[in-house]
Design a protein around this ligand. Structure first.
Ligand SMILES: Nc1ncnc2c1ncn2[C@@H]1O[C@H](COP(=O)(O)OP(=O)(O)OP(=O)(O)O)[C@@H](O)[C@H]1O
Ligand SMILES: Nc1ccn([C@H]2C[C@H](O)[C@@H](COP(=O)(O)O)O2)c(=O)n1
Length: 227
């Protein structure tokens, strides 16, 4: 059966804590699509830089090392995986240390070129289509995606969600950290966090996760029906 004719490519972008990962995973699982968390890839290369003693304040040092780690992403939405040189880094890439350094590493053009190529090859190989989530998917990685969604939410809603995850974390400190990372990701020169002109914006501040998932599933099904 020729599945490429019906394969659908969905790009979901937005700032931190807007619900990209939760929504993308659930939509992909419900519709039988692959799933790619591109933030996990940038976190993985950041983890490798830190682990190997690269000075992350030195863009030239990061650039020189950018093609060294082998990053592999598993795209099953019910069990996504991420390895670096064969090591499972799903846990280590979520530490505060990596979170505080990932914007600096992901701003280096050589890192973006390497990771963008990887993302495009994964999307092209997905047999039934894929949901790819990140910051620059609709604008840069997959500008011809069938459907582009840009998720937003107020800083207060996002901070409350993240504080709920990081048990006992101070909401104001969490809010400031989110906004600082958003500013760095939006302000970088290459492929900044941005809404593509043809993306559909969904403000999730007052929606439950289930409502957001239903909204995106409907949009994908409508798109599939007209392909
Ligand atoms: N609409 C929603 N209502 C309430 N909680 C939500 C909603 N969407 C997501 N969440 C919760 O908010 C938290 C952050 O969601 P998620 O990790 O999916 O966001 P994200 O945009 O992928 O963030 P990041 O870019 O930082 O990885 C999770 O705990 C998730 O369960
Ligand atoms: N397409 C992407 C995805 C992620 N990044 C960078 C910027 C983020 O702060 C960081 C971590 O992403 P998260 O796990 O929070 O989704 O990775 C990017 O530059 N481009």
């Amino acid at each position: 059966m020729d599945t490429t004719a019906t394969a659908v490519i969905v790009a979901i972008d937005g700032p931190s804590g807007t619900g990209k990962s939760s929504t993308s995973k659930a939509v992909a699982a419900q519709l039988g699509l692959s799933y790619l968390d591109t933030g996990a890839q940038y976190r993985a290369i950041t983890w490798w830089m830190v682990h190997n003693g690269i000075d992350i304040t030195d863009p030239a040092a990061i650039a020189a090392a950018a093609d060294k780690p082998e990053i592999v992403s598993g795209t099953d939405p019910s069990a996504p995986t991420i390895t670096v040189d064969g090591t499972d880094v799903a846990g280590p890439i979520r530490t505060q240390d990596v979170t505080s350094k990932v914007s600096a590493v992901s701003a280096v053009p050589e890192v973006r070129t390497r990771i963008t190529e990887l993302q495009r090859s994964i999307a092209a190989a997905a047999p039934h289509g894929i949901v790819v989530e990140g910051r620059d998917i609709g604008t840069t990685v997959l500008p011809h995606a069938d459907l582009k969604i840009f998720l937003t939410a107020s800083p207060e809603a996002r901070a409350a969600r993240r504080s709920g995850e990081l048990k006992g974390a101070d909401v104001n400190a969490t809010r400031e950290a989110l906004l600082k990372r958003d500013a760095a990701d939006s302000g970088r020169k290459v492929a900044p966090l941005a809404k593509a002109d043809d993306a559909i914006e969904v403000d999730t501040s007052d929606l439950t996760l289930q409502q957001v998932i239903e909204c995106v599933v409907t949009l994908v099904e409508e798109k599939r029906a007209t392909k």
